[in-house]
Design a protein around this ligand. Structure first.
Ligand SMILES: [Fe+2]
Length: 184
């Protein structure tokens, strides 16, 4: 996107082509947030087991935040003279966040969340790059949303580290204890 000529606004008639390009990016972001809400609802309710509870609680809190992001993208689409798309235009992409089998497989949920957040982070970095000069209001809004997504990814990377290292050893020790009881 070329830098705007000085003293013009992204809302000016003369800049409708630039607006169209930004609207395309915002619509994609809107659908990403909506699909994340769907995936987080399912993955905060489906998992079974003690190990899943911390993840479930975290995802439940994130649902409202992601819904808030979707609303922000929708409002910005309207402000830029666009139309918030209808549900028939939705096409799903989050194959990596489908309900795991078995439902105690919380590690695949954690990895799916990290992948979803990474996808959002990359798309939002692209929007910021394209709007930094052309539409600073959109760039500011998306920068704040990007901050939220980076926080989510960091949190879930921490969860993954914990599940990859400490917990399996604990399970192994518990199983040994049970074996000893049976043997005794
Ligand atoms: Fe989000």
């Amino acid at each position: 996107m070329t830098p705007p000529s000085s003293g013009t606004s992204i809302l000016d008639d003369s800049r409708s082509d630039e607006r169209g390009e930004i609207l395309g990016l915002l619509e994609q972001a809107y659908w990403m947030e909506i699909e994340t809400v769907m995936s987080y609802i399912a993955n905060s309710i489906n998992p079974d087991g003690v190990r899943a509870q911390e993840i479930v609680r975290s995802l439940q809190a994130d649902i409202q935040e992601e819904l808030g992001h979707a609303m922000q993208f929708a409002n910005r689409i309207k402000e830029l003279y666009g139309v918030v798309p209808g549900s028939m235009q939705f096409s799903a992409e989050q194959s990596y966040l489908q309900p795991p089998e078995p439902t105690t497989d919380i590690v695949s949920v954690i990895k799916g969340v990290i992948e979803a957040e990474s996808g959002a982070i990359h798309h939002y970095a692209t929007i910021i790059e394209k709007t930094d000069e052309a539409d600073p209001v959109t760039a500011d809004m998306v920068t704040a949303i990007l901050h939220d997504e980076e926080g989510h990814r960091r949190l879930f990377e921490g969860f993954l580290r914990e599940y990859d290292s400490g917990r399996p050893q604990l399970e192994h020790r518990d199983r040994g204890h049970d074996d000893a009881l049976v043997a005794g």
